[in-house]
Design a protein around this ligand. Structure first.
Ligand code: C2O
Ligand code: CU
Ligand code: CU
Length: 480
């Protein structure tokens, strides 16, 4: 059975017959709580790169009329949005005011290994640590969250995550919608109790599927409403959920523009009508409300995306926009945005293959953990699994052809290009035209990525379904 408490540790103590019967429940993901969407969307405050962040317990009204107990890096859920220019020195003092160890990983920032928040680099309860680094990368929206071995899922679900926006002069020169017209959005599903407090108590079924919540929040607000003008809006979205995928679309089926992904802006805008976003991935979108009439109502929603999993059959609203005023729109969509990734597969000196496709029947049932593995291995903090030569260009292949669960695979320490996808969807998606740090590998798929390893030190790569990660679906790689 499963023993879990909010304050204590969630431990899988092995599967018994009762739990196995619970796996039939994999056919029914939790029903989405359909809310009235009348709570104004909120945005965490924006801070610069020399702030103190403290992880702490806080109170937040994620559900209208309730005041839940959450974790945050501020007086509320989530963390402040950090905004810095590439090239400036960042120095963030981190104070751990939790009752357990934690740390911060900067997901999507190229930082030295010693600052990356590896699971061996913990900050004990009551202690502090200063993360300092100088960024040198393209403009993008990254995010930050804890990375303690076997505790990441719980700490993120309880509220620890924040956004980190990197700016460059080249991006600013594009004149993309900014200020009130730029909306940084953290999308997360939560399981909330009657008091509006997130509860984390994974069953065996949750470890298989990821911890699905019935309440979808945006920036910590369930049923959120945002009033917009007749303008273009830039929606900068991270899927900060533990395990849920969103097939993002507009409720009127209008096309929207994808302008950037994990590693920064695309070479040119891509017109899409839906976009599948897995945990850890980001999407930089432009939505054109300029021709809408006042009173128009449009939802950002998730459409069913099919596949074998129960979550793929669900469609639901995420965020309600109401056009409430007319404004002139001076913005014109630029024809080109950034630079296309330039590595060539011919430069690769090595190909590594990782089997991530463990079918349920092949899983390590009955064990304490380790149903999810990479090449049959469960994560071990002090074992180096892959040795990479500094500066080497390599192809890594994630093989989920025998598997039956989606796995968003994430590498620390580098961005990569997605080379190919065979099986399953059999093609690359719009987001995969840009630099990525997380790539979705659906059941039946083999995905090959290409990257150059330019930062020395010890990093992890793992599935960003946080239940899979905590279950051991993570390896160490060392660059030297
Ligand atoms: Cu956002 Cu190691 O992850
Ligand atoms: Cu990361
Ligand atoms: Cu996974």
């Amino acid at each position: 059975g499963t023993v879990a408490t909010l304050s204590g540790q969630a431990l899988l103590t092995g599967c018994n017959t009762h739990d196995m019967s619970g796996m039939d429940a994999a056919e029914t993901a939790p029903t989405i709580n359909e809310l009235p969407f009348d709570t104004p969307l909120r945005f965490p405050e924006t801070v610069n790169g020399t702030t103190t962040l403290s992880a702490r317990a806080a109170t937040e009204s994620m559900l209208k009329g309730k005041a839940g107990r959450v974790l945050g890096y501020r007086e509320g859920v989530l963390g402040p949005t950090i905004r810095v220019s590439s090239g400036t020195d960042v120095s963030l003092r981190f104070q751990n005011n939790l009752t357990e160890k934690t740390n911060i990983h900067w997901h999507g920032l190229l930082v030295p290994a010693a600052m990356d928040g590896h699971p061996t680099q913990m900050v004990a309860a009551g202690q502090s640590f200063t993360y300092s680094f100088r960024l040198n990368q393209a403009a993008t929206m990254a995010w930050y969250h804890p990375h303690p071995h076997e505790k990441t899922a719980k700490q993120v679900h309880q509220g620890l995550a924040g956004l980190f926006i990197v700016e460059t002069p080249a991006e600013k020169a594009l004149g993309l919608p900014s200020g009130a017209y730029e909306l940084p959005l953290v999308i997360q599903d939560k399981r909330l109790d009657a008091t509006g407090t997130p509860t984390y108590a994974p069953t065996m079924n949750d470890v298989m599927m990821g911890y699905m919540g019935e309440t979808v929040t945006v920036n910590g607000v369930a049923g959120a409403l945002h009033n917009v003008a007749t303008r273009f809006y830039r929606l900068r979205i991270v899927n900060g959920s533990n395990g849920r995928l969103y097939n993002l679309a507009l409720s009127n089926d209008s096309p929207f523009w994808l302008i950037g992904t994990d590693g920064g802006l695309l070479a040119a805008p891509e017109s899409v009508t839906s976009l599948l976003l897995a945990p850890g991935e980001r999407a930089d979108l432009l939505v054109d409300f300029s021709k809408a009439t006042v009173g128009t109502e449009v939802f950002l929603r998730s459409n069913p995306f099919g596949g074998a999993s129960a979550q793929g059959r669900q469609g639901f609203n995420i965020l309600r926009f109401v056009v409430n005023r007319t404004e002139a729109e001076p913005f014109r969509l630029p024809a080109s945005l950034g630079t296309a990734p330039t590595l060539s597969a011919g430069a690769a000196t090595q190909t590594r293959t990782f089997n991530i496709g463990v079918a349920m029947s092949g899983m390590n049932m009955g064990a304490m953990k380790g149903m999810h593995t990479i090449n049959g291995k469960v994560y071990s903090m002090n074992r180096v699994d892959e040795q990479v030569k500094l500066g080497a260009t390599e192809i890594w292949e994630f093989d989920n052809s025998a598997g039956d669960e989606p796995h968003p695979m994430h590498l620390h320490g580098t961005f990569f290009q997605v080379l190919s996808r065979t099986g399953g969807r059999n093609a690359l998606t719009a987001t995969e035209k840009g630099l990525k740090d997380t790539v979705l590998v659906m059941p039946g798929e083999r995905v090959r990525i290409l990257t150059q390893f330019n930062t020395p030190g010890l990093f992890v790569f793992h599935c960003h379904n946080l239940e899979h990660e905590d279950d051991g679906m993570m390896l160490n790689y060392s660059v030297s």
